[in-house]
Structures are given as C-alpha cells and as structure tokens.
Design a protein around this ligand. Structure first.
Ligand code: S3P
Ligand code: PEP
Length: 407
C-alpha cells in the first residue's frame, strides 16, 4: 500500500493516545513469563510485541519473530535458560542479516547450548535450554544494548544471578538502564557500576500491576510535526516528565527546533514556538538511535542543516538506516552525506514534491518522512510497515487533518 499524504492544515490541534512503549512491553512480557503474578497495563499493540507474546505463550519448535530485534535477542536468552526445551529461533530475511553472535557467545560462556542453522553469527539459531549455574560473563558492549538487556532480564531466575562485564564503549545506555529499572520495580536487586552490571537472583516477586508508559520513539513524529507546522498544540497521552525511555531526550532536542513541551498529569502538550531557530544543529545520538531519522527529516523541513553523530548502530537495524536516509533524502533534493557513524545535512530551502519514499521494511522510514507533507505532497511506499511499532499511526495522522489516499 502506497499512500499519498497532503494537508492544507498548518495549525495542528488534537489529543492522541499513543500506544505503549514496545521496549518496556517486550521486557515486561518476558518478565511476566518468568514471574506470572505480574499484570501489565497500557501494553504496546505493535507487531513486535504481538510476536513476543505469541512466542512466549506458544509451544512450537520453530519460533518466528519476523522483524522484531528485541524479541530475537530477549528470546535467545530466555530459551537458552529454559531447561529441557529445544527451539529454532528465526525471523524475517532482514533478521537473518542482523548479528546475534555477541549474545550467543556470552550465553555459551555461561554454559548455554546454541548452534547456527545457516550462517555463523546470524539467525536462525537452535537453542537447547539448559540449567545455568555460572554467573560471570564478558560481553562487547558497542554492537547492541539488546544483548545486555537480554542477559539481565533472565538473570533473576538463574541460581546465582549474573555479573556482566561490559567490554569497550557502551551503546544505547538508556535501554540498559530501563531494563535494570524495571527489575528494580519488581524488587529485584541490581547494580551498574563502571562497566560491571550485577543482577541478583530472585525466586518470586510480589503481585504487581506494571503500567507501561506510552512510546517516546512514536512520539518523535509528533515533535517533528509540531516543529514543521505554523501553529501546533498536540496533546499526547500517557507520558511522564521523568521517563525510563531515553528517547524522552526529544524534549530538549526539539526545544532547539522550536517545540515547547508542557506536562500535566499523564499528558504532554507540544506547542510551536516562533523563537529563533539555528541554521545548523548538532546532536550526539549514541543514547537515542531510534530518533535519528525523525530529526534529519525535521531539519530538511525546517530548511536547516544538521550534524548527527553516534549513529554506528543504525547500519544493523531494520535496514541500513544511514544508507536509506542518504538515498531518500537525496530524492527530495537534500544535500546529505553519511559515514559509518554520522550524518551531515546541508541547510537548503527547496524540497521536491510528490517524491515516492521507499521504506525498506523499516517502520521508522515511513513515519519519519510523513511530517514533510506539511511542506510538500509526499508518497510513502509500503506504508503498512508502521505496524512494527505503531499500527495506528496513519489514523492518528488523519486526526491532525492530513488527507491520506492510496496511490
Ligand atoms: O532494548 C531496546 O528496547 C532497544 C534498544 C535499541 O537497540 P540497540 O541497543 O541495538 O541500539 C533500540 O534501537 C531498539 O529500537 C530498542
Ligand atoms: C531498532 C528498532 O527495533 P528492533 O531492534 O527491536 O528491531 C526500532 O524500533 O527502531
């Protein structure tokens, strides 16, 4: 499904209930499988959370998690310590290109039995669940934080917990802290000092309702819309000023691009400010890789330049996001260059109209480019990809007055 997006509304007003964080949900689904007396509220309705839930509930030998990176990594650890069960864990074509070796080797250090069905280092993998008693493990920390979260999530159920020594620069740190904070909310003791994470064993937890905050990465598209509109007052629920999600850095980032955020109870309202906006912005995004695409497109829409660094993980996500951005932004007339870990956009004012944007099976390519419809009519190819994290995205955009038609 290709969608043509256009709008004559440049004053955006609406209240939108954004789905729960898929990162928090997928952690809590795993923790609920380990501790069934936890109840979850405001969970994500994303495809990635649905496949996670199905995989945890099912009993099949072949478990297919499609495009869901967190599900792939978290379930690798989950099945590795699930004594007596054997599964083949696989996913989409792209998932078979996303590396898993670092996590497999860490689990093998602990005594797990995991082998590769095809290419060494990549899914599909065969896992024979074992009782794990070893607790010390070293892991390179600069490829994906999801490996470290995966080990930490299963650790409370290991006889001796876990002590993880992180080697090298640590990437996507807020996601690791989110994992430990959720464990702490269940009264599971953890520590993260220097490059060592410790998670202590815990047999049972108290019954508790865990309420997921709405998804901040999904909120990023509304920050972009507010920045590109002439006027905006967009209210989003349910959000907290102090969040477990690192992407809440959006508040400070978009302040520099003319968006003010006001919190009241469980709602945040984004308003457009007409203050001075710099000609170029610079951000280090090692902590917040998922909002890189949103920010670049906002800058194009504002006619300003940007220099983004800390982007090395973008090459191994749903697609090579740096290359995808370079190609699609160039189609729109942008002057953009990328390296293995950075991106530079030169300020310019013209944007080509009616350009079909390819989305590369990447939900964030579709959603990041959509706000540009405030400036020029734009076509988003294979628009259904948004369901990976935000199935209601196109409907929510309609409530802001966008005309959306099949092309
Ligand atoms: O743990 C998580 O929930 C996530 C961690 C990040 O991945 P990396 O640690 O691989 O950068 C992020 O990009 C992904 O969308 C979700
Ligand atoms: C990178 C992402 O997801 P995952 O790694 O879980 O597939 C994302 O949602 O942007």
């Amino acid at each position: 499904m290709n969608l043509l997006l256009q709008t004559s509304h440049s004053n955006l007003q609406a209240q939108i209930a954004v789905t729960g964080s898929k990162s928090e949900t997928n952690r809590l689904l795993l923790l609920q499988a380990l501790f069934p007396n936890i109840t979850l509220a405001n969970t994500s309705n994303s495809d990635d959370s649905e496949v996670m839930q199905k995989a945890l509930k099912g009993n099949e030998e072949i478990v297919d998690i499609h495009h869901a990176g967190t599900a792939m990594r978290f379930l690798t650890a989950y099945f590795a310590v699930n004594e007596g069960r054997e599964v083949v864990l696989t996913g989409s074509q792209r998932m078979t290109e996303r590396p898993i070796k670092v996590l497999v080797e860490a689990l093998q250090q602990l005594g797990a039995q995991i082998s590769y069905e095809n290419e060494v280092g990549y899914p599909p993998i065969r896992i024979k669940g074992q009782k794990i008693t070893a607790s010390k493990v070293n892991i390179p920390a600069n490829v994906s934080s999801q490996y470290i979260s995966a080990l930490s999530l299963v650790a409370p159920k290991l006889e001796n917990g876990i002590e993880i020594t992180l080697v090298g620069e640590i990437t996507s740190v807020p996601y690791i802290k989110m994992t430990l904070a959720l464990l702490n909310d269940l009264d599971i003791k953890t520590s993260f000092e220097g490059n060592v994470i410790t998670v202590y064993p815990k047999k049972e937890v108290e019954s508790k309702v865990m309420t997921v905050e709405s998804d901040w990465s999904s909120a990023s598209y509304f920050f972009s819309l507010a920045a590109l509109a002439d006027n905006a007052a967009i209210s989003l629920t349910s959000y907290k000023e102090t969040s477990l999600q690192g992407d809440s850095a959006l508040v400070e980032i978009y302040k520099q691009m003319g968006v003010d955020t006001h919190f009241e109870e469980n709602k945040m309202t984004l308003t457009k400010q007409v203050d001075f906006i710099p000609q170029t912005v610079t951000f280090e995004l090692n902590n917040t890789p998922d909002i890189a695409q949103t920010i670049v497109v906002t800058c194009l829409g504002l006619g300003i330049g940007c220099h983004l660094t800390g982007l090395h993980t973008l090459k191994i996500k749903e697609t090579d996001r740096l290359e995808a951005l370079r190609i699609e932004m160039t189609k729109l007339g942008a002057n953009i260059s990328v390296t293995n870990d950075s991106l530079t956009l030169v300020a310019s004012n013209a944007i080509n109209q009616n350009v079909p944007i390819a989305t590369y099976n990447d939900h964030r390519m579709a959603m990041a480019f959509a706000p540009l419809a405030l400036k020029v009519p734009i076509i988003i190819e294979n628009a259904e990809v948004v369901s990976k994290s935000y199935p209601d995205f196109w409907n929510d955009l309609k409530t802001l007055g966008f005309e959306i038609s099949e092309k």
